[in-house]
Write a protein that binds this ligand. Structure first.
Ligand code: FES
Length: 256
């Protein structure tokens, strides 16, 4: 964090306490608290870990364990725009590997590195549950569907140039820190900006509607489920008795 003040400001500390008070079990607030720290100072700092532990009355080791387990938490600052390229199986065969390699060359960075101007960081990421739009890329956790090496380069160039960039299914791209604040649970009023669902997802819905398919009705109370008939119970008991008798016969035979 060279050249930047990494200490948490009083306003962030107050909001960390506020997050902890939102949950019946305060420790449930740990994930959003870590996002808030990233929003405030750019990454999860040692001071942030200690403070979370103190507020939630848990150990610093527990906080550290969580913050190093999930890849969305960073121990070093990332760029203003964190670009994740899915290189998991389906995206990889559809071109994800090519996109990642092209961006590495274009940005002159390796995996988990940030461009010299601090604008773009690059990371290869695992499946984002958007395989129907493979290969996908994410910028600050917003989806960019059906990418090519050329379209990916256009996106990062536009971001570096300060142009407005819109996600395929989601809002206009904000900075990493702004996005982290939303993940911490502080809305920015843009939840409904941009398309919410893409054609590939809606196609499945359309087929289900055409065929009259629906999810099972889980509202049906258990008491309304008919108990097995007396006849079927008798049949089950008889089968169990027969099989027990057969196994006893086998035991007796083996003792002779
Ligand atoms: S493999 Fe890339 S989103 Fe699933």
């Amino acid at each position: 964090m060279s050249g930047q003040d990494s200490s948490l400001p009083p306003s962030t500390i107050a909001e960390l306490h506020e997050l902890a008070s939102r949950y019946p079990q305060a420790r449930s607030a740990l994930l959003p608290m870590l996002h808030l720290i990233q929003s405030s100072v750019g990454c999860v700092t040692n001071e942030g870990i200690e403070l979370c532990a103190q507020i939630l009355d848990i150990s610093a080791a527990e906080v550290s364990g969580v913050s190093t387990f999930y890849t969305m938490y960073k121990r070093r600052p990332v760029g203003d725009y964190h670009v994740g390229v899915c290189t998991n199986t389906l995206c990889a065969v559809m071109g994800g590997d090519l996109i990642f390699d092209r961006l590495k060359d274009h940005l002159e960075v390796g995996n988990d590195e940030t461009t010299e101007d601090g604008k773009i960081s690059l990371e290869h990421i695992e499946c984002n549950a958007a395989c129907d739009y493979a290969p996908v890329m994410m910028v600050n956790w917003e989806f960019f569907d059906n990418q090519t090496p050329e379209s990916a380069v256009d996106v990062v160039d536009d971001l570096r140039a300060g142009k407005k960039v819109c996600a395929s299914r989601g809002a206009t791209i904000a900075t990493w820190r702004e996005a982290e604040r939303v993940l911490a649970g502080f809305e920015d009023g843009r939840a409904d900006e941009g398309p919410a669902a893409g054609e590939a997802s809606l196609a499945g819905l359309r087929i289900a509607k055409d065929k009259g398919w629906a999810a099972p009705d889980f509202e049906t109370p258990r008491s309304s489920v008919s108990p097995p008939s007396t006849d079927s119970k008798t049949e089950a008991v008889q089968k169990a008795d027969t099989s027990r008798a057969e196994s006893e016969t086998v035991d007796e035979e083996s003792k002779k």
